[in-house]
Structure formats: C-alpha cells, structure tokens
Design a protein around this ligand. Structure first.
Ligand code: ADP
Ligand code: MG
Length: 637
C-alpha cells in the first residue's frame, strides 16, 4: 500500500455537521427526494463531461453517457452510478466536505422552523441551495462514493457515516470514469431496493433528466422532452412535473407558464414558469437561478442568467435552440448575435404574456404582482426600451380603492381623469392610513380627484424615474409643481375672475399677510417660504416641497442611508379658513401679540413636520408646549 492508499480522516466543515444533524433529526418523511438529488448530481456530472469533450481539444469519448441505478436487496445497498466527470481527491474534499454557498444552512434552518405545522416540509428545498448530496444521509447510515476523474487514472473512495468526519483513500483496483454513490440503507428502508418503488420514484422526479437512466438494464426515461412538443399535446400534469424537475420543489404550483416556439428569424423552443412564491422576499437574498439553456436538446448551461433581463430573474425554465453554438464558452455565448437577439424576443414574449394576463385575468395578475411586482418594477429604471410597456404593468393603491385589496394601473387611473386634469397625483407614507391623514390630500378629497397611494419608497422612486405616463406628468401631492384641473363652475370665467372667486371663497382674513410675515421671521432658515395655501380645506397648515425638489419620502430614505444628508428646505402653507389661523390674524392687529403668534407659528411648523413623518426638535417643542399650558392654566380659576 502506498501512503496515499491509506485512509485519511477529515472533518466536515462545521456548517455541514450541523446540516447533517438537521437531516438526521428531521421528521421529514419524503425520502424520495434523495434519489432525485443524487440522480440530478449524476446528470450534472454527465453534462460537465459532455461540455469538456466538446470544448477541449483532447478527444474525449462522450457517447453512451448514462446513469445506472442498481439496487441490491441482499446487502441493502442502493448504487447510483454515472460515467460523468468524476472527482479528484481534492474535488472530493471541496465538493463533499464544504458548503459552497454561504447562507444555505441558515436558510434551511429558517425554512424548517417556519414550516412547523407541517414539520420541516421545506427541507424539500435542499436541492435549491447547493447541498442536495447530503440528503443521502436521510436514506443511508453509511455512504460510499467511489469515483475517478476524467483527468486522471487514480480512483478514490470517500466514506462517511454522517457524523462529523469522513475518510478518503485511494482505490487500488482499476476504476471506471465517473462516480458511484453507494447508499448503505438505514434499517426499515428496504423499500429503496424494490425495483417497482424505484421505478415509480424515477418516473416521478427524473423523467426529464436529459440522459438515459437505467434501472436494472431497463431504460426508464425514454420519452421526448415536452418543450419540443406542440403545446396542445402537453398535459397540465406534464407541465407540473417538468416544473418540479427544474425547481427541485415538489408540491409547488407555478402561478403561470408560457410555452413558446419560433422558427424565424431563428429557431427556439422554450417553457418558462413563474413560481408561486418569491424566495427573495422570504429573505434568501437575490435569486441566482437562471434558465436551462440547451442547443438541440443538449444542455449548454444550467443556470443562464443572461437570457432574461434581471427584472425577470424570478422565472424558471428552459430555452432550447438549434441556432446556438454548442462548443463555445459561457463568456463567448453572451457576445453571440443570435443569443442577444433571442434575449430580446423572449423578453418581448414575456411582456406580451403579462399584458394579456393582466387584462384577461385581473385577480391572478394581482396575486402575481403582489409577489413579484417588487422585482418586475426594477425594469422601469433598467430597461429603457420596454419602459412604457412595463409602466402599464405596475399596480398601486389609490384613494379610489380604499378599503379593498385592489391595486390599480396607470391606464385605470387615466381612464378616470377629470376634465382638464393634466397630472397624475400620488401621495406616500408608511401605510395607507398615514397617507390618508396627510393634510395635502384635503383638496383632492374635496374635489374627488384620484390620488395613488404609495406605501413603499421604492414605488415612489420608480414613479419619479418614470416622470410621466401617457403624456401626463406624475407629481407628488406635496409638490410645488402641482396643478389642479380648473373647477367645473370656473370653466367659463377669465383668469382674473377666477382669482377673485377663489379669494372670496377662501375668505382671507385681514392681517393674514402679517401672520405669514411674522411666522417666516420666526422660522428663519428652517423653511423656504411661508405662504397662503390653496390645497387645504380643513387643516391649519402643511409642508410642501419646493419646485423641482425631491419628495419628502425620498429625502427621508436618503437621510437614513447618509446621516449627513441635509433635507431640502420646504414651504409652510397656512390655511386662511382655519379657525386658528383666523384667530391669529385678528390678534395680529396688536403688536404685543406678535411674540405669541410667532410661538404658535413655530408649533404649527413642528406639527406639520410630524404629519409629514419628519422629526421636529423635541426639546424645543416640549418647552413651548409647556409654556402654552402654563398660559392656559393661569387663565383658569
Ligand atoms: P449542487 O449539486 O447544488 O452543487 P450537491 O450537494 O448536490 O450540490 O453536490 C455538491 C457537489 O458535489 C456538486 O456541485 C459536484 O461538484 C459534486 N458532485 C456531487 N455528485 C457528483 C457526481 N455524481 N459526479 C461528480 N461530482 C459530483
Ligand atoms: Mg445537486
């Protein structure tokens, strides 16, 4: 025996030991997924070998790539073998001893806790997080891996009982290229040596594996792939099975799927699925799944992230084209003209689909939007060519759908514009109730003008980026750029007459201008201007943003992220009709009241800040309120 042939012991990376514990203590019953994961690894190894043989100068014989499943009833061993790339000693250590993707374990733990009612149901996600191999220990109490890499003549045996350690030793006999996974089945799991049972499992999960699978010499998966079949011959069940195969996620139903085929200007087939849940929203971070890319049924890449724009990254599926070159590197593929044109066509088809989906099936579209809208809307800033189409797909809350879960589209909004309305209005806040309390909304309410309600700052960012829709400017209700449509009864009047009428209606008190001046003096640099409001009907005051300035919500977001960001100066508006303002105006005839009016002005400003979700100076405010109270208290008997 050489030194190498001796067994060497290694410890699993800490995360793997924890994962193995999790698996062995899990009540998770669906052990079938182990077979799916190991067959999927075998298939990956075959794909890699074919890729090597096509791209390397060396002639590698890639005929007869296959997966063989051999159950042995006597010794209770299930052997899953492939003649793919195999692994060197170093690869064994790296691939079967460490977790490639950080965060996988955390997520699985979380998924397990979350799924309490259905104990650990979400361990079925295991294959999605780059740790599928370890599911072997759900079936076996000892796992042996015998493997030989296509790059060398030496074979290696990896062995573990799923505790903290594994061993690697050299195999002295000749080993065929590829990998054998030998599962020494746990007590009571003899069913996994029953050919009938195995056949059922393989048909269920592995029909779409693009390599031949043999169970005791029987070819299990010899049906043609569904994506090259005409749509009307594919059953709903087949679509579902294929989705499961792609996502390794049994029992999940896609929200919708799209089966495409085209012959010119180039030929391709594709099936795209929209999952029913957005994993990004569940906290697993940015999705890094892609599409399976095939050239004439042969897998070229299994997670291509360039065929679809980023904002459609939640879609899963396959694209198969006869016009793609098989033997180019991934990098070269992105420069390929056909590839780039295909991107455009597929994106367009997806948007076409969303268009008709959103019109024909409003309710399901809303469900889709609530799940994936936050990703889809990124396209507004990222995909200039499709911006108008994407804008139609956005959905928002609205003052016209208060109290319902309904969201409306910009075209919906535009279909309800009032006579002469040239702008699309929106208001932002942390939740709909907070938005509705915004005094800036009063005039809209009194004139029954529709306002979009945004409760996610990202929506506001998207709208401020979009700027206009259907030639209508999109403006915030607290913006100085606001123009309201003329009132119907004013339509026949001249500009002057209108101004007169307005003033009369507002009943501006005497000395109101003095009040404005005094308050501006008191506030100094804290505001840009103090002026008469035309948008308030009930409240005494509100803050609005100066012309061309950023909206309050955006400024708040910026301030949160950059502490030394200075908020832009706002305009304080006073409502001359409000009782308090009228009272202050009459006090303004007497100079000895100036000080009091200015204190009130400070407090009105602080109030307006609170209502806009901004934080006024708490110390000053408390001191001021206390002196008001003292004054009131002194007046009492
Ligand atoms: P994933 O398949 O998502 O990478 P797994 O835990 O299933 O995660 O497998 C880990 C790694 O082990 C694989 O990426 C691959 O490098 C290696 N591996 C597993 N099975 C095989 C096999 N049959 N042949 C070659 N390599 C394999
Ligand atoms: Mg795997």
């Amino acid at each position: 025996m050489t030194a190498q042939a001796e067994k060497q012991q290694y410890s699993f990376q800490a995360e793997i030991s924890q994962l193995l514990q999790l698996l062995s203590h899990s009540l998770y019953q669906n052990r079938e997924i182990t077979i799916r994961e190991l067959v999927s690894n075998a298939s990956d190894a075959l794909d890699k070998f074919r890729y090597v043989s096509l791209t390397s100068g060396q002639k590698q014989d890639a005929d007869d790539l296959k997966i063989t499943i051999d159950p042995d009833k006597e010794s209770k061993v299930l052997n899953i073998r492939d003649n793919g790339v195999g692994m060197t000693r170093e690869e064994l250590v790296n691939n079967l001893g460490t977790i490639a993707r950080s965060g996988s374990l955390e997520f699985l733990k979380k998924a397990q806790k979350a799924g309490d009612k259905d104990k650990a149901a979400d361990l079925s996600l295991i294959g999605q997080f780059g740790v599928g191999f370890y599911s072997a220990f759900m079936l076996a109490d000892r796992v042996e891996v015998v493997t030989r890499s296509y790059t060398e003549e030496t074979g290696w045996r990896w062995e573990s009982t799923g505790d903290g350690n594994y061993t690697i030793s050299e195999v002295t006999e000749p080993v065929e290229r590829g990998t054998s996974i030998r599962l020494h089945l746990k007590d009571g799991l003899d069913e996994f040596t029953e050919p009938v049972r195995l056949k059922y499992i393989l048909r269920k999960y592995s029909t779409f594996v693009p390599h031949s699978i043999y169970l005791e010499a029987e070819h299990i998966n010899n049906q043609p792939p569904i994506w090259v079949e005409p749509k009307n011959t594919v059953t709903e069940e087949q679509y579902l099975n294929f989705f499961e195969y792609l996502t390794h996620y049994p029992g999940q139903k896609p929200l919708w799927h799209l089966h495409l085929s085209a012959d010119s200007p180039f030929q391709f087939y594709s099936i795209l699925y929209c999952p029913d849940a957005n994993l990004e929203k569940m906290g697993f971070g940015r999705s890094d799944h892609g599409l399976h890319l095939c050239a004439k049924r042969i897998l070229v890449q299994n997670d291509n992230r360039d065929l679809l724009p980023d904002y459609l990254r939640f879609l899963r599926g396959i694209v198969d084209s006869a016009d793609l070159p098989l033997n180019v590197s991934r990098e070269a593929l992105q420069d390929n003209t056909v590839f780039r044109k295909m991107q455009k066509v597929i994106t367009k088809k997806v948007l076409d689909h969303l268009d008709s989906f959103s019109e024909e099936n409003k309710e399901s579209y809303l469900k889709f939007y609530k799940e994936f809208g936050s990703t889809l809307r990124e396209g507004i800033t990222a995909d200039f060519d499709n911006r108008d189409r994407l804008a139609k797909l956005l959905r928002f809350g609205s003052t016209h759908s208060i109290g319902t879960s309904e969201l409306i589209s910009l075209p919906d909004y535009c279909s309800r514009l009032q006579e002469g309305q040239e702008q699309i209005y929106y208001a932002c806040g942390t939740d709909p109730d907070a938005v509705l309390r915004d005094p800036n909304l009063e005039v809209f309410r009194s004139r029954n003008l529709e306002v979009l309600i945004l409760t996610d700052p990202a929506d506001e960012f998207i709208l401020s980026h979009l700027r206009e829709f259907d030639k209508k400017d999109i403006v915030s209700v607290d913006s100085a750029d606001l123009h309201l449509p003329p009132k119907a009864e004013d339509a026949s009047k001249s500009e002057e007459e209108k101004a007169e009428a307005e003033k009369a209606a507002q009943n501006v008190p005497e000395n109101f201008d003095t009040v404005l001046r005094l308050i501006k003096e008191a506030l100094g640099d804290q505001v840009q201007e103090v002026r008469r409001s035309e948008r308030l009907t009930e409240s005494a005051c509100c803050l609005v943003n100066a012309q061309g300035s950023m909206s309050t919500t955006l400024q708040k977001v910026l301030r949160m992220n950059t502490p030394d960001f200075e908020m832009q100066k706002m305009i304080l508006e006073l409502n001359p009709n409000a009782e308090l303002v009228q009272r202050l105006s009459s006090l303004a005839s007497n100079e000895s009241n100036y000080r009091f009016i200015q204190d009130c002005g400070q407090q009105l400003h602080a109030n307006a800040m609170v209502m806009a979700g901004l934080a006024p100076n708490g110390n000053e405010m408390a001191a001021r309120l206390q002196s008001f109270m003292l004054e009131l208290a002194s007046a009492k008997k």
